[in-house]
Ligand binder design. Structure first.
Ligand code: ARG
Length: 490
């Protein structure tokens, strides 16, 4: 096609690029538009902020700037309402929006791309997207953690075994177990908060790779879009997808926490464990076996976690080995980055909804620690309190466990006489700790199972969740940004 191609697909072509358009099949195959549609609002906001900046530094006339911004904001509203039509046949969302603008405003539209490249534009869109999704994830995790804290408060009296090597180890309260789940989740949320911080610098104004000779002010866009700073080096900026990597990693961390919790739930709802009962509203059935009540939701959470890990891997392998600067390879970040938000937030919501329909079987839980074997360490520690060296106490208790096994009785019913036959240090007070509730209450060390320690843990979870909620709400929504851009006088 000769110069000045009218079709919007020709925007990024000059005589130097070539006189023919790309073969339609290849254009379609290489276009990122199908994925980019997800962040069309981010793209439009970036352009509206850019126009505002161009006006402020005098690179646009007031009238042109106002028309451009109004047209862009109308497109934003149409995109928000789901009525904006971006036709196929464009290389990406940036060309599609510029094409629409030029169709709407004619020559004025041709001024939009001043001092900008698609390389810094796509980086901007992705940063806005990641920041938004990560902030929403923080809010979701905060809600889940608060609900877990509430639940822990209601389950303080349930005693069940904690496991090491998936063997019954020591008695704990269900509240303590729920706090353990929460801690892992909150650590993951910390990484999500970090992903917000890492995404929170404005790349716009980096141009293709080295900045621009035009007198732009990058801080205007950064300020309008609530970024905390502008990025420091243009070449690094347009070849940087570390913030996407951080986001996929953060998302995977949340999914890992949910996945491990899910494995506990899946195990504990089996008839072998039987500690949890699953409510009808969240259980799935079998199409053939009439008796089955399956924890499908939790199995699916585990599967989503695998996909989250896959997203981290695809980002690592995408970026590894690329030369400094922009490479079109980056465009293939789209699946991983766009998948992460819905994946993590979907799983968080599913766990929230499903966990409310799980009930602890108190009797079954208690029965599983009532034979006394999980309290063997407590017995040894009671002997230590009487002055015996730990290794001796450990050996003596081991002999007692052995004797109980030989006599085919529970440790809980071995009796003082038998105990004394092993070591005269055994007495009523020592054997009293076989009661699982006493054993749980006795572990007053920081982070232990004693009720007062668990209260501290619940309070900690609650406070951390509140803090996360604040962090989440400090990130403006896209609609907030739209209002800020529109309110800026030009
Ligand atoms: N569609 C591209 C992407 O997603 C936009 C940047 C294109 N830049 C270029 N120089 N071709 O990465």
């Amino acid at each position: 096609m000769a110069k000045g191609a009218e079709k919007t697909g020709g925007i990024a072509r000059t005589d130097a690029t070539g006189r023919v358009e790309m073969i339609p099949e290849l254009l379609a195959w290489s276009s990122s538009l199908p994925h980019d549609r997800t962040f069309v609002r981010e793209d439009i906001l970036g352009s509206a902020a850019h126009v505002t900046m161009l006006r402020k530094v005098g690179l646009l006339e007031a009238g042109d700037a106002q028309k451009l911004r109004a047209s862009l904001l109308a497109m934003y509203d149409a995109a928000a309402a789901g009525t904006l039509v971006l036709e196929d046949g464009e290389e990406d969302v940036h060309m599609a929006i510029e094409g629409l603008l030029t169709r709407d405003l004619g020559d004025i539209g041709k001024r939009l791309h001043t001092a900008r490249s698609r390389n810094d534009q796509v980086a901007l869109d992705l940063r806005l997207h990641v920041r938004d999704q990560a902030a929403r994830t923080l809010a979701d995790v905060a809600t889940l953690a608060t609900e877990l804290a509430d639940r822990a408060s209601r389950e303080k009296d349930v005693v069940l075994p904690a496991y090491t090597h998936r063997q019954r180890a020591q008695p704990v309260s269900a509240a303590f177990l729920i706090c353990a789940w929460s801690m892992q989740l909150l650590r993951a949320a910390d990484v999500v908060a970090q992903a917000v911080t890492r995404a929170n610098e404005s790349p716009l104004g980096s141009g293709a790779c080295s900045g621009t000779s035009l007198p732009i002010d990058r801080s205007v866009v950064a300020h309008l879009l609530s970024f905390s700073a502008v990025t420091a080096n243009a070449l690094d900026t347009i070849g940087d997808r570390d913030f996407v990597l951080d986001w996929t990693w953060a998302g995977a961390r949340v999914l890992l926490a949910l996945s491990r919790l899910s494995t506990d739930v899946i195990d504990f709802t089996t008839s072998e464990f039987g500690y949890l009962r699953i409510g009808d509203a969240v259980a799935a059935g079998s199409s053939m076996m009439p008796q089955k009540k399956n924890p499908d939701i939790f199995e699916l959470v585990r599967a989503k976690a695998s996909r989250g890990v896959g997203n981290v891997m695809s980002m690592l392998t995408l970026v590894r080995g690329l030369p400094t600067g922009y490479n079109r390879d980056f465009q293939d970040d789209r699946q991983a980055v766009l998948d992460t938000g819905p994946l993590v937030r979907g799983a968080t919501g599913a766990v929230r909804a499903a966990i409310a329909h799980l009930t602890f079987d108190r009797e079954r839980c208690l029965a599983s620690v009532s034979d006394g074997s999980t309290q063997a360490t407590d017995i040894a520690e009671a002997l230590v309190r009487k002055g015996m060296p730990f290794r001796e106490a450990y050996k003596a208790t081991g002999q007692l466990v052995h004797l109980a096994r030989e006599r085919n009785v529970d440790l809980a019913s071995i009796g003082l006489e038998a105990a004394k036959s092993i070591n005269s240090a055994f007495d009523e007070a020592v054997l009293a700790v076989i009661d699982p509730r006493i054993a749980v209450a006795a572990k007053k060390s920081a982070g232990g199972t004693a009720p007062e320690r668990v209260e501290e843990q619940i309070a900690w979870v609650r406070a951390a969740a509140t803090e996360l909620g604040y962090k989440a709400s400090s990130v403006p929504t896209l609609d907030d940004l739209r209002r800020a851009v529109e309110a800026e006088p030009i």
